[in-house]
Design a protein around this ligand. Structure first.
Ligand SMILES: [Zn+2]
Length: 351
């Protein structure tokens, strides 16, 4: 999946005009920083490995923003940051199992102490991805839609009434933790049977290992060098591309688990469109048709509903950084408006 082509072309519609902003997407293994123009084009980007400590994380985000800042042409540009975990309204991170030093990290306050700001917006990484797709990608112009990211876990974001849903506390759309099997597989969140234990990108590897340990999918095992514990999702997709029937059956089984959650989402928000992103979207050509087939017919009243299009992310792995930069611009504009109103009130008082 590559978003660079989609991003290089200027997009006419989008958030309000102004100077470029910076978006930083912090993942479990890498940090991607970009400079986003108001028209949605990416003016610069920078990648670095994710540090493995709280101080290291803040320093790496700050240095990414500082190095990109000159490209914006603004002295102290607005910065948006996407973090993997629950991000509260103060910009602090909670429950971040894939980020060493992440749990309890005061991201916004820490970055402002390091001299970033005055505008630093911090949101959940999947929320940023849906914001990016809504502004400049596959969800552009969508009033009601959703995006799921299939990777290590399952991230998600919802658009309702033309806005990305943040929730009362910033914790909305944790779709990967909707329970699909009561007393099912344990999840790092502490519950059992969460959707991401069955339908994340990692789950496909789990299914592959389970199949080969039962003597099935010899082609998958061969691609992993004959070692069961080395079987990963990519070995299943490779074997499926070669036409191996066991691997194709595993893709079908996996697609069914994806469909179980998608049907729940369709029943809840009645979306116009569903966007699939994350690492597994790279195999969209192999995955999307089985997912569409397994989803069709599941939602309530499927016979009278129109089929919900299920499409691949347009921005690829840049979606989170693009959305973080969009949040930075939106928050900066809100801040300016608030200050304008306050300034107006003050001048009224002085009359
Ligand atoms: Zn869970």
């Amino acid at each position: 999946m590559s978003g660079s082509g989609a991003l290089s072309a200027p997009v006419p519609a989008g958030p309000a005009s102004g100077a470029p902003t910076i978006g930083v997407d912090v993942g479990g293994t890498k940090i991607l920083g970009i400079v986003l123009a108001p028209d949605g084009s990416v003016l610069a980007e920078q990648r670095s490995p994710t540090p493995r400590s709280a101080e290291g994380l803040l320093a790496a985000i700050a240095s990414t923003a500082r190095e990109l800042a000159p490209v914006t042409g603004v002295g102290n540009p607005p910065v948006g940051v996407g973090m993997p975990g629950l991000v509260d309204r103060t910009g602090s991170l909670h429950v971040a199992p894939n980020l060493i030093g992440g749990d309890g990290l005061e991201v916004r306050a820490g970055l402002m102490r390091l001299g970033l700001g005055p505008e630093v917006a911090v949101e959940n990484d999947a929320t940023c991805a849906v914001e990016g797709e809504h502004a400049f990608g596959a969800l552009r112009g969508t009033a009601v839609g959703c995006m799921i990211t299939l990777g290590t876990g399952i991230g998600g974001g919802l658009v309702v009434n033309g806005n990305v849903v943040l929730g009362a506390h910033g914790f909305a759309a944790e779709v990967g933790h909707m329970v699909v099997v009561e007393e099912g597989r344990p999840c790092p969140c502490g519950q059992r049977g969460c959707w991401e234990q069955y339908a994340s990108g990692n789950s496909l590897g789990d299914m592959g290992r389970e199949a080969v340990s039962r003597g099935r999918a010899a082609a998958v095992l061969a691609l992993a060098g004959g070692a069961v514990h080395l079987v990963r999702g990519e070995h299943v997709t490779s074997a499926a591309r070669d036409g191996d029937s066991d691997a194709l059956a595993l893709i079908g089984e996996y697609a069914t688990w994806v469909a179980v959650g998608l049907a729940n989402l369709i029943n809840i928000i009645d979306p116009e469109i569903i966007v699939v992103g994350g690492g597994l979207a790279a195999d969209a050509d192999l995955m999307l048709d089985p997912i569409r087939a397994a989803t069709s017919g599941r939602p309530e009243g499927a016979g009278i509903r129109s089929e919900v299009p299920i499409v691949v992310s347009e921005l690829g792995d840049s979606a989170g950084a693009v959305g973080a930069a969009v949040f930075a611009r939106t928050r900066a504009m809100e801040r300016r408006e608030t200050h304008g109103v306050l300034a107006g009130l003050r001048s009224d008082e002085s009359l």
